[in-house]
Design a protein around this ligand. Structure first.
Ligand code: PTJ
Length: 243
């Protein structure tokens, strides 16, 4: 029997939650495979927040609290895994919370918005339009939401939309356990950490950063360094895996 405070126990409970949300249609079937990829990379970083991950989380907080119009983009996996953490981050940084889906249906949008509202988030649900320079359904977003944002937090984003948002001049913060993904490489800042560890760490930093810390973090953003450190962490762990 695995004890409830063991990371393995938590990951079993998480899998059950995701499978349950997939049956209801909240999580896309593809979201289950995305989660499996995330678990594999999380294993490689030791299922904990690394030093470079924490630096990325503090920098994300600095970006969000300095933004003119910050938006947190939420998809099926994010809502299923971390609806309460999204609501807490919204409270800490004042960002607008908007549902934006890869596998978009109006029914899924409504289900995910309900889940977020039940967790305490104030969800922005104005009318969506095809506004992003993409040919598929990922182009849909809201004019007063993601489209006019200066800073967008995109947990578990796909590469095309991340690139499209960067091409519109936005500061894009990704949360992605895979430091090699197109999203991770194209975002302005990538947090290589597990979503449910990353969101509370960003909220904490939003509350605790001094103005001087914030300025220092904003003037030293280096995504290439953060990704290299994550890869270094993984290779170092792998090279001692059998010791
Ligand atoms: O709900 P929808 O329709 O918007 O669809 C959402 C998914 C996740 C299916 C869609 O955005 C997608 O296919 O994403 P990708 O391209 O598979 O990218 C997801 C990335 O998130 C992968 O690089 C995973 O390693 C990573 N990932 C998965 N779970 C976590 C994670 N990163 C952080 N924390 C996790 N829990």
């Amino acid at each position: 029997m695995i004890p409830p405070d063991h990371p393995r126990y938590r990951s079993l409970v998480t899998r059950e939650r995701l499978a349950g949300c997939a049956k209801k249609g909240i999580v896309a079937m593809e979201g289950l495979t995305a989660h499996g990829r995330g678990e594999a990379f999380d294993y490689l970083i030791g299922e904990r927040t690394t030093i470079s991950g924490l630096l990325a989380e503090q920098t994300a907080a600095a970006m969000l609290i300095s933004a003119r119009h910050p938006v947190i983009s939420v998809n099926g996996n994010t809502a299923a895994l971390a609806a309460h953490e999204i609501a807490a981050l919204q409270e800490a940084c004042g960002a607008l919370v908007e549902v934006n889906l890869f596998h978009r249906t109006e029914k899924r949008v409504a289900q995910i918005e309900d889940l977020l509202r039940n967790a305490g988030a104030d969800v922005y649900s104005g009318e969506a339009e095809r506004l992003l320079p993409l040919s598929h359904d990922r182009a849909w977003c809201r004019r007063g939401g993601m489209f006019s944002a200066d800073v967008v937090l995109v947990p578990l984003e796909d590469g095309d939309r991340c690139e499209a948002l960067v091409s519109l001049g936005k500061t894009v913060i990704a949360i992605d356990l895979n430091p090699l993904s197109r999203t991770a490489r194209h975002a302005t800042l990538t947090i290589v950490d597990e979503l449910t560890r990353a969101l509370p760490a960003i909220s904490r930093a939003c509350r605790e950063l001094s103005a001087a810390d914030r300025d220092r973090l904003l003037s030293t953003v280096d995504n290439h360094y953060l990704l290299s450190e994550a890869i270094h962490e993984m290779t170092a762990r792998l090279s001692h895996a059998l010791d």
